[in-house]
Structure formats: structure tokens, C-alpha cells
Ligand binder design. Structure first.
Ligand SMILES: Cc1cc2nc3c(=O)[nH]c(=O)nc-3n(C[C@H](O)[C@H](O)[C@H](O)COP(=O)(O)OP(=O)(O)OC[C@H]3O[C@@H](n4cnc5c(N)ncnc54)[C@H](O)[C@@H]3O)c2cc1C
Ligand code: SF4
Length: 336
């Protein structure tokens, strides 16, 4: 592990002063915040990330879960994943989110991991972690080891010829489906980022994961009032029943009039560089009967542009079946 300096700011202002003047996005920053440390410290030990300075933000007090004026909830950036998932209001009003968080990692990790850190955790692509192999995300311009290597866990949607990695978070898939909003503080004050605009597709700059600037701090995640508590679910398909990242996951949420779909939200994890939503697939569900046939058509639309690599063609069929099953579970429709 390389030497780095360490500081522990005691206020948001002090934390922002510590990163003031850093150019670019947070992924490239030399001074990094550390929250639970469950991802960043592993990456530093593996020599994948090499910050010069760490600012421990765990004592900034941003760990509350509060009611907000729009009828939703504000999840503090430093609230632990476990405290968020087991919060009675989250469980009652946003069960899909609670389920998604509890599908991730292990109990010990969820006790340590924070909401802000979960958003900024980095890909689990094997080559990203292996500093002996090329990786455009780790070392821009070196190539992509996964393109010609083992790419079973990699993307089928939104990838580029520079990077085919997927975003590993479960929580973020549910947040995408809920249309959450990320609240950040920076040198110009506060701003909000709609969840869909927070993470990026790889394009020509796969080393940049998000649109958070290097001199900004996530302070909270706002959930809108609508939590789809009556008809929603999170389904995660993985190699082991626990303690494994998603091969494919689905956050599915419906508003129903009887057995007719009024509106739908559908987000996929494990298939792209960011949680994947498709307005056409969601719009196509509106006004249709909640039936397996309708759900199969939504899956077909959502996966129409899927592109496979040498080892991950199975993900298309897996994603189709997972979408149908998740929508059926959300709607309460019998599914074998
Ligand atoms: C063995 C293992 C299995 C796992 N399995 C899963 C899984 O199945 N599903 C899943 O979703 N996750 C899984 N995880 C990932 C885990 O959820 C993340 O490591 C965790 O959420 C990161 O949160 P943290 O607070 O520890 O972040 P840290 O490691 O402290 O930070 C991560 C990044 O976020 C930045 N950061 C943190 N907070 C802020 C903030 N407020 N503002 C700006 N930047 C910030 C840091 O600078 C750093 O770049 C697993 C992790 C491990 C180690
Ligand atoms: S898929 Fe992305 S993260 Fe993985 S080796 Fe290629 S460039 Fe690196």
C-alpha cells in the first residue's frame, strides 16, 4: 500500500475546504473522502486507486433519515446501508429499496457501508482489480482486458469498445427506479443531480464513473413520495445465494388499476455501466393488462439493443426471464 495522508474534518465546510480546487470528477481526484471504507480501502490495498490524501467524513453527522416536504424521505449520505434498509419508513414506503440493499454484500459490510459510498463503489471487473492487465478504467489508454478475456459478468447494454464493465450496486438499481435525487454540496453551494444523470456510460472516458465533481460531497439522497409500496420488488440473480454481485437484477414497480397497468418503472442491474432504464419499455407497459404476455413484450423492448461478448450471451435470456418474473411478482400475477 502506498503512503497517503489522513484528515478528519468535523463539518461539511471543512470537508469541502479539504477538496477545494481539485479539477475534474471525483473518480480522478487525488484527495478522496472515505466513509465506510469498504470499497476504497480494498482498492488502495490492491494498488488500483492511489489517492494522496484521505478525508474521513464518517463524523460529519450526515447520517439521519428524515421526512421531507414533498412527502418523501431524505437518506443521509452517511447513514449506513443496514440502518437505511431496516428503517421502518423505508421498509413500509420503499420496500423495493430495502430489499435491494439487503440483497447486497453481507450483514457486516452493510453495517459499515454508507449510502454515499454505495453510489460511488467501483466496478467488480476482474481486470480492473488486476494491475498486471490492461484496463482503460484503471489506466486510460492501456486497453480493455475483458474484451478479449473472460467477460461472463460484463455488460450487454450501453457498453463501448473501451469498456464493458457493469456497475455493481444493488441499492442504485432501486434508487434509479424510484427516480431518487442526489444532493451534493460544493464550492458554489448545493445542487441536486437526478439519479439518471449521476452515473455515466463508459463511452471514450470509462475511467470516469459519475458526474460528481472532485470538489463536491454527497450529502443526501432524496426519495420522492411515490414509493410503489403496493406493487414492487427487487429480484437479484447471482452465482451464489448470498454474498455475490448480481449477474442480472431487476427493480420493478407498477401502479395498477385493477389488473390494468397505469404506469411502470423498470431498472436493470448487472447489465450496464449504470443502472439501466428504458423509457420505451416503461411507456409500453402503460395501459396494458398485467399479464405474462405484456411482461415478455416489455423484456423484449428493453433488451432490443443488447450486444453480447464471447462469454455472456446467457445474460440476455437470464435478463428476459428475470424481468418477466420481477414484473409478475410486483403485479401479484402467477408465474411458474
Ligand atoms: C466482499 C464485498 C461484497 C460486496 N457485495 C455487494 C453486493 O452484492 N451489492 C452491492 O451493492 N454492493 C456490494 N458491496 C459493495 C459495498 O456495498 C460498498 O463497498 C459500499 O456500499 C461502499 O460504501 P462505503 O461507505 O464503505 O464507501 P467507501 O469505500 O468509503 O467509499 C467509496 C467511494 O465513495 C466515495 N464517497 C463515499 N462517501 C462519499 C460522499 N458522501 N461524498 C462523496 N464521495 C463519497 C469515496 O471517496 C470512495 O471513492 C460489496 C463489498 C464487498 C467488500
Ligand atoms: S471492462 Fe472496463 S474495467 Fe474491465 S478491463 Fe475493460 S476497461 Fe477495465
Amino acid at each position: 500500500m502506498r503512503a497517503f495522508s489522513y484528515g478528519r474534518p468535523d463539518s461539511v465546510d471543512a470537508a469541502l475546504r479539504g477538496v477545494a480546487g481539485q479539477p475534474g470528477t471525483t473518480t480522478e481526484a487525488a484527495v478522496k473522502f472515505v466513509a465506510g471504507g469498504t470499497n476504497l480501502l480494498d482498492l488502495m490495498k490492491a494498488d488500483v486507486m492511489r489517492p494522496e490524501r484521505l478525508l474521513d467524513i464518517s463524523r460529519l453527522g450526515l447520517d439521519q433519515i428524515e421526512e421531507i416536504e414533498n412527502g418523501g424521505l431524505r437518506l443521509g449520505a452517511l447513514a449506513r446501508n443496514a440502518d437505511t434498509a431496516y428503517d421502518a419508513r423505508v421498509q413500509a414506503r420503499y420496500p423495493m429499496l430495502s430489499k435491494a440493499i439487503l440483497a447486497g454484500a453481507s450483514a457486516q459490510l452493510r453495517n459499515m457501508a454508507t449510502n454515499g459510498g454505495n453510489l460511488l463503489q467501483r466496478t467488480r471487473c476482474y481486470y480492473f482489480y488486476d494491475t498486471g492487465t490492461p484496463c482503460n478504467k484503471r489506466e486510460p489508454g492501456t486497453g480493455c482486458g475483458a474484451l478479449t478475456g473472460v467477460n461472463r459478468i460484463h455488460a450487454i447494454l450501453g457498453a463501448s469498445d473501451r469498456c464493458i464493465a457493469v456497475h455493481p450496486s444493488d441499492m442504485c438499481v432501486a434508487l434509479a427506479a424510484l427516480d431518487a435525487v442526489v444532493r451534493v454540496s460544493g464550492p458554489k453551494g448545493e445542487r441536486t443531480i437526478p439519479f439518471a444523470d449521476f452515473h455515466r456510460l463508459p463511452g471514450d472516458t470509462p475511467h470516469i464513473d459519475s458526474n460528481l465533481a472532485a470538489d463536491e460531497l454527497i450529502t443526501a439522497i432524496d426519495l420522492p413520495a411515490e414509493g410503489f409500496a403496493d406493487h414492487s420488488t427487487y429480484l437479484k440473480v447471482r452465482d451464489r445465494a448470498s454474498y455475490a454481485f448480481a449477474l442480472v437484477s431487476v427493480a420493478a414497480a407498477l401502479k395498477l388499476d385493477g389488473q390494468t397497468i397505469r404506469s411502470a418503472r423498470l431498472a436493470l442491474g448487472g447489465v450496464a455501466h449504470k443502472p439501466w432504464r428504458d423509457p420505451a419499455a416503461e411507456a409500453g407497459l402503460a395501459g396494458k393488462p398485467a399479464s405474462l404476455e405484456t411482461f415478455r413484450e416489455a423484456a423484449r423492448v428493453l433488451l432490443r439493443d443488447a450486444r453480447v461478448q464471447s462469454h455472456n450471451a446467457f445474460k440476455i435470456g437470464l435478463a428476459e426471464r428475470a424481468i418477466v418474473r420481477a414484473l409478475a411478482e410486483a403485479a401479484g400475477v402467477e408465474h411458474s
